[in-house]
Write a protein that binds this ligand. Sequence first.
Ligand code: MRU
Length: 355
Amino acid sequence: MNVAANIITLEVDWQNNVLRILDQTKLPGKESYLSLGTAEEIREAIYQLKVRGAPAIGVAAAYGIAVCARNIKGNDVAGFENEFCRLKTYLGSSRPTAVNLFTALDRMEACVKRYRTKEVEEIKAALIREAEQIHAEDQEACRRIGEWGLKLLKPGMGILTHCNAGKLAVSGCGTALAPIYAGQEKGYHFHVFADETRPLLQGARLTAFELQRSGIEVTLICDNMASVVMKQGKIQAVLVGCDRIAANGDVANKIGTSGVAVMAKYYGIPFYVLGPTSTIDFQSPTGDAITVEERAPEEVTEKWYVQRMAPEGVQVYNPAFDVTDHSLITAIITEKGIARPPFRETLNTLIACGS
Ligand code: MRU
């Protein structure tokens, strides 16, 4: 039984035409939902990480643009398409690294184009179906990632994870955490170590919350403790999610991930990346082509603190993601199967013939 099933990350209410999201900035203290009905509200929620995690951003954008498109007035298809494209550009400007945002918005635009010979009302109905399809595919992908990933684990293992790539980051049972939930259903016991994940504390606020809620043993550590727990033999595998996978297997994920990968290599611990194939970006030949989001200095100096923890005016560098070199990655687990090095070949093979 997946006890975390009672966490609903996002859902849509077509009757009132709003996207409802669990406000993740309030976790773990408060479980409150926001109803978002305008493009401004939806963009702001994504930018502020009220809904976050690559797949969840994609689903939120798909539902979000469908909600906004339903508010477009008039029956003129050309006018509808113009406004739709404006909304797409606007929502796409919320966060630059997670490729799922752009994949989902591109799919929604392709849907508009497929129906452009029809009435505006029919296009709007098709957009609802497309967003629901994206959501359903995401849930199914997570389930399969869990099954594939579980093949790499043994009961009793200690598992380190970074950031949150669980149920809160997607619409299903997560990506990096999916094998842990799949194992739980079979009665396996895992001990998860969650990096707190500075500066926005997704590990402390979200991963620790959702695993504890799900009855999975979890120990929270500061980011700078990962090396110690590895050295002490407490970790047998590292599982992380991904925001974008380049064609050569370089992986963009939450800042700090690449450091964990370096340590895992040093200690001889397998480092697994888990994500849906929609996260693979063949347009990015290597990680160098991936745009890494930089965020406000206040996230480092004062956010989550009762009082400011750095001198006024100090220079701050706050990249939200880093790129883990493919040479540090043991395998990439997708819903279509497991890719091992050389990733440039195996990722292509997965896409071409994986089931
Ligand atoms: O800034 P965030 O919280 O959106 O970053 C999230 C991550 O880096 C996750 O690991 C990634 O999106 C994978 S989620 C399944």
